[in-house]
Design a binder for this molecule. Structure first.
Ligand code: P6P
Length: 331
């Protein structure tokens, strides 16, 4: 794959990458550019949420039974509009909407399906912790050129053609993979452009950092508790890092190494995180960066959701660490 020097714009990177696909119609390129546009708009609003009366909850609850933050709604609408107006999708699935979203007239349908958590970790907005938009893209599987159907999203994670996230933190970074490695682009808000800042993100084989909410450890499988106690042996030199915002925790682990765990709990017996628009995208990224993602029995990307808001257990990060956890759970 062509190497790009840091400072390359996202647009040039996408154009050069698409040149490697002569059959490309330009819809894929347009889709990713629209994601970047929506990311810029959400970034601007997140960065002044406290000034624009955008802190706090709306008072309503979403399908997940979580209080919807004002910024959740803004992010959801911004990404929907950016994708619907561009004629590149035949359906959108959002954490914020119970049913799939179909492209309204007069906008055209496109060849792709977009699945997103528009603003993950949004309960952290008022604390200024990193939050983010997580997404993955499928080519449509359904016939015809009208709206999509269940076959377009209730499918294996191996069908994903692109995935990424926009993390709104100290800076705004778009991390993206189209199947050829993982690249990171940092937004320069003074010029409104994403520039290549992480040209080839690769995970090491293992790390000594774990991310989990240890308050729930008493509810875990005892074999997992035993693994956690083993890594706490002082001579091993492990450390713990946990923000409670999936994108923030994942981005740190992707850039510096680490393994994230969200096992089943009494409150979330199938795990808390959603398969289609949280675990799938991050699993696609981590595998393209040399890492691994599992639900404790199988690779996340080998799963097929039975419903669009299906939850899953998630172990994700450096390959050796994930494999060690899976072994511990299967002995
Ligand atoms: P807990 C945020 O609400 C979220 O969905 C993820 O971003 C985060 O990883 C997880 O929940 C945190 O869950 O139970 O530790 O508060």
């Amino acid at each position: 794959m062509q190497q790009f020097e840091e400072g390359t714009t996202l647009d040039r990177f996408l154009l050069e990458t698409m040149r490697e696909h002569p059959e490309a119609t330009g819809q894929f390129l347009t889709l990713l550019k629209q994601v970047a546009l929506a990311g810029k708009l959400v970034s601007a609003r997140v960065n002044r949420a406290g000034l624009a009366g955008m802190f706090g909850a709306t008072g309503s609850m979403n399908i997940q039974g979580e209080y919807v933050q004002k910024m959740d709604l803004y992010a959801n609408e911004t990404f929907k509009r950016a994708l619907e107006h561009a004629g590149v999708v035949c359906m959108i699935v959002s954490e914020e909407e119970e049913a799939p979203i179909f492209v309204p007239p007069p906008f055209r349908h496109g060849n792709y399906v977009f699945c997103m958590d528009p603003l993950d970790g949004s309960s952290n907005i008022d604390t200024n912790a990193s939050i983010g938009t997580i997404f993955c893209v499928f080519r449509r599987a359904s016939e015809g050129d009208g709206q999509g159907d269940a076959s377009d999203v209730l499918r294996s994670g191996r069908d994903i053609v692109a995935a990424g996230y926009v993390v709104y933190g100290a800076g705004t970074v778009l991390v993206l993979s189209t199947g050829r490695g993982v690249q990171g682009f940092t937004l320069d808000p003074t010029v409104g452009e994403f520039f290549l800042s992480h040209s080839d993100i690769r995970l090491g084989a293992s790390s000594r950092t774990y991310s989990c909410n240890e308050a729930y450890a008493a509810q875990w499988d005892p074999r997992l508790r035993a693994w956690l106690e083993r890594v706490k042996e002082p001579s091993l030199g492990w450390s713990a890092r946990y923000i409670g915002s999936l994108v923030g925790d994942f981005h740190r682990n992707l850039v510096k190494g680490g393994v994230f765990l969200y096992p089943p709990t009494e409150k979330a017996p199938k795990g808390k995180l959603r398969l289609l628009y949280e675990a799938f995208p991050l699993a696609y990224l981590v595998e393209n960066a040399g890492g691994a993602a599992s639900d404790g029995t199988m690779a996340i990307l080998d799963k097929t959701p039975a419903s669009i808001h299906e939850r899953t257990t998630l172990f994700i990060g450096d390959r050796d660490n994930v494999e060690e956890i899976v072994r511990a759970l299967n002995t």
